[in-house]
Write a protein that binds this ligand. Structure first.
Ligand SMILES: Cc1cc2nc3c(=O)[nH]c(=O)nc-3n(C[C@H](O)[C@H](O)[C@H](O)COP(=O)(O)OP(=O)(O)OC[C@H]3O[C@@H](n4cnc5c(N)ncnc54)[C@H](O)[C@@H]3O)c2cc1C
Ligand code: FES
Ligand code: FES
Length: 470
């Protein structure tokens, strides 16, 4: 039913047939023959393939940089696609391109299209941009010959130039995008790309096709396709389902729809627990955070996913939906064993409810990885300590990377209960037997996990003294 529809260079493009697991990068380079967008790593790490997607936003268009190599063509249904080939108009370079030339910010040029598109999206955020903002924006773009200083200079200069064609055309583009409506189903029952338009239709579609691959941001599934060469003939994409990414604030908790991306959820999560801000900035890159979802990070069941330990420590409840039926469980109960989660085929991770920390609680989250930016954790630790008159009334401690699943340190939690913060400083972890792998040795993991426990307890002393706990 229907055809894939998106806006490109101001025009509606319709594609009635395509392989469900075709990447956007392959479409651009092999079908459209737009070769400006480059293929480097093909796994979301280098940013050479960065393009920009526009989505309707308060009557205008929100432009976000994404990695085309791990985005499926079908995911751009209802979006505007902007690539580096589109920027120069009438023989005049776009202000971002001109700034790159002026700052001598390109040598071999292989990385340049990706940088240009990342900076294009930053320019379109329409805010005053600092050097730190530019550095954060390009953390997912690698350059091996020019060096970053001139690129950052170009970014700063480009973001302070006047409005461009895309600013001027926003209202018109928004109207064209909003006209693309309804469920998308391209293919037949054996081979299809489906993008239901409502949350109910999504749940029904997953229940009807329990063996199909559920795709949210595709930042994990994309690598099955490009690196493991695993064909994905039946795909149900969650990203068009109205209501599935809703974020709501209640008196004592927040609710995050599983389809919310990191970029969407960042503001409310940081307001809930400021330590989550530091963590979120280190999940992938701006491109990965624009596509990747909180629900996908939980559903993939990875022992080194960054959100689960933080959500477990905060006492989050996970809601699942299979067809019309809902059920829920404490977050930690979802992770049964390596590669095994409490989720039936066709069921969706639906929503996450996270209690707001109370005034007498301190929350800390620490990510340990080899690189600061764009790296998977060797270890992830999160602590929620309830402290009254310098005595620990309760402790919730969760680690990633220390076992086959994200896991609570139950023995340590019990040992800390009733201790004063001073007594607690001698505590040591007695919950895990970690493995050695390419990210870290077992000894390193044990040492660092104990150091993080100590760090959290020391910070709790400081927080209790100043009464600034959360
Ligand atoms: C370059 C790069 C850097 C990364 N860095 C980090 C990092 O720093 N920290 C980190 O934790 N992760 C990182 N990741 C991994 C990934 O981005 C996250 O796990 C992300 O949250 C996955 O979400 P997604 O929406 O893209 O999931 P998808 O790839 O769409 O799906 C992942 C899995 O979950 C299933 N699924 C998705 N949504 C649902 C749902 N609602 N219900 C049921 N099943 C569902 C899919 O079928 C699949 O099995 C990185 C990935 C890349 C490519
Ligand atoms: S080609 Fe490296 S991020 Fe896409
Ligand atoms: S200019 Fe050569 S990799 Fe950046």
């Amino acid at each position: 039913m229907g055809a894939l529809q998106f806006i490109r260079r101001g025009e509606l493009v319709q594609i009635a047939q395509f392989a469900p697991d075709q990447t956007l990068l392959d479409y651009l380079r092999l079908s459209e023959k737009s070769k400006g967008t480059k293929e480097g790593c093909n796994e979301g790490d280098c940013g050479a393939c960065t393009v920009v997607l526009g989505t309707p936003h308060h009557g205008g268009v929100r432009y976000q940089a994404v990695n085309a190599c791990i985005l499926l063509l079908g995911q751009i249904h209802g979006k505007e696609l902007v690539t580096v080939d589109d920027l120069a108009r009438g023989g005049v370079l776009h202000p971002v391109q001109q700034a790159m030339v002026d700052a001598h910010a390109s040598q071999c040029g292989f990385c340049t299209p990706g940088f240009v598109m990342s900076l294009f999206s930053l320019k379109h955020e329409g805010r005053k941009v600092s050097r730190t903002d530019v550095v954060e924006q390009i953390a997912g773009n690698l350059c091996r010959c020019t060096g970053y200083r001139p690129i950052v200079d170009a970014g700063l200069a480009a973001c302070n130039t006047p409005a461009d064609y895309w600013h001027v055309a926003q209202a018109e583009t928004c109207a064209k995008l909003e006209a693309i409506q309804g469920d998308l189903f391209v293919g037949d029952t054996h081979c299809f790309f489906a993008a239901p338009a409502s949350a109910d239709a999504l749940a029904e579609c997953c229940a009807d096709h329990p063996t199909a691959t559920i795709v949210s941001g595709n930042t994990d599934v994309g690598l099955w396709i490009t690196k493991q060469m695993r064909a994905q003939p039946r795909i149900i994409y969650t990203g068009r389902a109205n209501g599935f990414a809703d974020i709501k604030e209640h008196d004592d908790h927040i609710s995050i729809g599983a389809g919310a991306t990191y970029a969407d959820a960042e503001a409310i999560l940081v307001a809930l627990a400021p330590d989550l801000g530091g963590l979120l900035k280190r999940i992938g890159s701006r491109q990965v955070r624009a596509s990747g979802t909180i629900g996908g990070n939980i559903a993939n069941g990875s022992p080194i996913g960054d959100m689960p330990p933080a959500l477990i420590a905060l006492g989050a409840t996970l809601h699942l939906r299979g067809g019309p039926y809902y059920h829920h469980m404490p977050m930690e109960e979802f992770f049964v064993a390596y590669g095994q989660q409490k989720r039936k085929p066709g069921e969706l991770v639906w929503r996450i409810d996270i209690p707001k920390p109370k005034p007498n609680q301190i929350f800390r989250a620490y990510k340990i990885s080899k690189r600061f930016d764009q790296d998977i954790s060797a270890l992830m630790a999160a602590f929620l300590l309830t402290v009254e008159d310098s005595v620990i009334q309760d402790a919730r401690i969760a680690f990633g990377g220390m076992a086959a699943t994200p896991k609570r340190a139950s023995k340590t939690e019990l040992a800390l209960k009733g201790k004063t913060l001073t007594e607690a400083q001698h505590a040591a972890l007695d919950d895990f037997t970690p493995l050695s792998d390419m990210r870290a040795s077992a000894d390193y993991r044990n040492d660092v996990a104990n150091a993080l426990l100590k760090k959290a307890l020391l910070e709790a002393v400081g927080a209790a003294n100043t009464r600034v706990l959360a």
